[in-house]
Design a binder for this molecule. Structure first.
Ligand code: GLY
Length: 339
């Protein structure tokens, strides 16, 4: 078992990394003693509810299951979960345990932040992506018909419990999804190397990723500066994701985005092929298919149209070196030259 302590403004919380759910009850008891709403999607319910119910038999639990998929991150689900808590007479001493990926985590975190002005929120991230990306840092949200994550709050969890065996049931695409973010962390901080990624020891990669993210979110919890570095590869990645109509996994798009950013960074900083080779070797330590079949024009249009309400410039996270990335504001014209 490994533990990390994350310091947020509201509270400090533990991230427990264990091979299975055997310590769940003990760890929940350390932070919480009320009634518990355990929230699943259909997939996580089928996979984990029997075991989790058994493990949490000392608690009074109330289960609710949402459809799997992004559509669940909606105002309708938000209202449904709030009403579920109210109907079951939840008070400020009660809490929510989210069992799922980013959709269930973001929904539950937002409900927990606002039900009775804030109740205890705990999560078991069951995808590699949600574990290394959204489980810590306190970002919670639901989508509006007008756009993703348009309503939400910063709200720190009280416990994050990672059962590594939960990832064993994931299809290859979901592993790739998490690996895109994990490789991103390797560029942010020298503590994760290409050989760590090649070795593929999941506990090690999860722990190192979470330590890197912890450092960033502790420095800039409310996303006013340094936290933007976590967007490495994401501006181009989101454009590719959207152009592919979400055929590619998010993590693969982030990796494709980082590949493009390596090109752009080398042009911007005037680096030679050796430096580029060093960056590419790190990215290629996981077997991503880095081809982008969309034209530069299509990608640029996507990026600039998405940002059109802003100032004619885009903030891109560039790689000055491994463990030294910087957010650079580039006017559209300059981006066109660098692409
Ligand atoms: N997923 C990026 C962040 O937590 O800021």
């Amino acid at each position: 078992m490994k533990e990390l302590l994350v310091k947020a403004k509201e509270r400090e919380y533990k991230v427990v990394i264990e091979k299975d759910f055997s310590l769940l009850s003990q760890k929940v008891k350390e932070v919480f003693g009320g009634k518990l709403a355990v929230v699943y999607d259909e997939n996580t319910h089928a996979l984990f509810s029997n075991e989790i119910t058994q493990r949490l038999k000392d608690f009074q639990i109330f289960e609710i299951v949402f459809p799997a998929g992004e559509n669940t991150k909606s105002l309708q689900s938000y209202a449904k979960l709030l009403s579920f808590l109210a109907d079951n007479k939840f008070t400020r001493g009660d809490g929510i345990l989210a069992v799922g990926g980013g959709v269930i985590g973001d929904l539950c975190g937002f409900v927990a932040s606002s039900y009775m002005r804030g109740i205890c929120y705990m999560s078991c991230p069951t995808t590699l992506l949600s574990c290394v990306d959204s489980s810590i840092g306190g970002k919670t949200a639901v989508n509006l018909p007008e756009g993703k994550n348009l309503v939400g709050a910063f709200y720190a969890p009280s416990l994050v419990y990672v059962s590594l065996s939960a990832f064993d049931s994931l299809p290859e695409r979901e592993i790739e999804c998490g690996m895109g973010e994990i490789v991103k962390y390797a560029f942010l901080d020298g503590s994760m190397t290409a050989s760590d990624i090649k070795n593929g020891d999941r506990e090690d990669l999860v722990l190192k990723s979470l330590k890197i993210k912890k450092k960033v979110v502790e420095n800039d919890e409310f996303d006013r500066g340094e936290r933007a570095k976590l967007n490495l590869g994401h501006t181009v990645g989101h454009a590719v994701e959207s152009l592919s109509s979400y055929a590619y996994s998010h993590g693969l798009c982030v990796a494709k985005g980082i590949d493009k950013i390596i090109d752009i960074s080398c042009k911007y900083y005037g680096y030679n092929d050796d430096k580029k080779g060093e960056f590419s070797a790190l990215l290629n330590s996981y077997k991503f298919d880095l081809d982008i079949e969309f034209s530069t024009e299509e990608i640029l249009e996507k990026i600039t149209v998405d940002k059109k309400a802003e100032t004619g410039a885009v903030n891109l996270v560039l790689i000055k070196d491994i463990a030294n990335v910087e957010v650079v504001k580039l006017p559209f014209e300059r981006i066109k030259e660098l692409f």
